[in-house]
Structure formats: C-alpha cells, structure tokens
Design a binder for this molecule. Sequence first.
Ligand code: E4P
Length: 217
Amino acid sequence: MQLFLDSTDIVQIEDLAKTGLVDGVTTNPTLIAKSGRNMLEVIADICRIVDGPVSAEVSSVTTEGMLAEGRKLAGIAPNVVVKVPLTREGLMATSEFAAEGIQTNVTLCFSAAQALLAAKAGATYVSPFIGRLDDHGAEGMDLITEIRAIYDNYDFDTEILAASIRSASHVKEAALSGADCATIPPDVFEALFKHPLTERGLQQFMADWAKTGQSIL
Ligand code: E4P
C-alpha cells in the first residue's frame, strides 16, 4: 500500500519524507490557502522533496479551463498528478488528460457509481473521501470495499486513493478494504508509528538492559 501525505506544509513533508515511508503527496485548494503561498511554487517545492506522485488540483469548473490549468500544472515536474473534481466536466478533462499521457487524480468521489465513471474515463487515481462520508452519517469505508469489488470485476487499472483520512484506524481499515493508497494528514501519519505498549515495552527493556551494565559497541 502506498502512503501519501495530505499536506502543503514543507517542513512537515521534509521531516516525514526522511523516514523513507512517504510515497507521494496530495494537495487541494484548502491546503494551498492554508500555506499562504503561491500554488505553483508550493507544488514545485514539494516535487523537489518527494519523487513520487504529487497531486495538484485545478480550480476551473469547465473542461477547457481544467485542461489549460492541468497542462500548466503537469509542466511543473514529471511527477505532478493533475487533480480534477468528479463532475461531468472533470471526467471529460480526465479522458483528454489520459490521451495526452497526463496522470490524474479524480477527487471528491462519494459513490461507487462515480468511481466507475472515473475508471472508465481513464483516471490514474480516484479519491473516495472517507471522513467526510462518516461526518455525513454514512460508513465511509464501505465505499472503498465497493470500489475495490467493481475495479476487480472489470480489471480497471485506476488506483483507489483513500482520502479524507482522520485516524490511524482509517488507514488500517483502508488497507484491509483493498485501497491501493491512502493520503494522510501529517499528525495522523505520526500517529501510525505509535502504540502505548511499544513505549511501555521499550522503557522496560531499556531499564533491564541498564541493569546488565553491558554495552553492545
Ligand atoms: C484528498 O485528496 C483531500 O485533499 C483530503 O484528503 C480531504 O480531506 P478532508 O476531508 O480532511 O479535508
């Protein structure tokens, strides 16, 4: 399973990239606004840190506008993935991007039927939003299971990118449900390393080791 960071925070991206466990990065207009920086510069900076896919979202709502913006974004670096909303216009742009060899991440997916259309349009990734579905009173993770079954039934190559992840449990459940990737906020990524029994066990081992008076080196 590929693990992406859902962030525009360069310091946090640099820090977590050092672990060797970050396969890519996703951004969205809200995260760009949060950075307070020029989008083209932020995406270029992220692409310098991470070799894997870096999603950059279009802000136009027309197919022509998305195509123009997407081509510009794709020109920033070879690892840019153009993020397109799951609308009729967005899927028309997705088909054209596929024909041009530009990778896409179809975002704001909230139903399996939408995900079917994204795959037929030739999306590289589809992003089902788990947390927002949970907030809406639905069982977000069921969507991953449904999309996995549909994509396997028809051998679609589109990768399922679990998004709107809110907890370490979400990451585990997305992995169990067959998501190809998950995009994770930095604080949740940090939480993946931790378990109270790991900390307690390590303290115990260190205390007992100190009693031996030994040194390995
Ligand atoms: C996905 O690509 C989005 O950027 C993100 O996961 C949305 O998460 P949110 O629902 O926490 O805003």
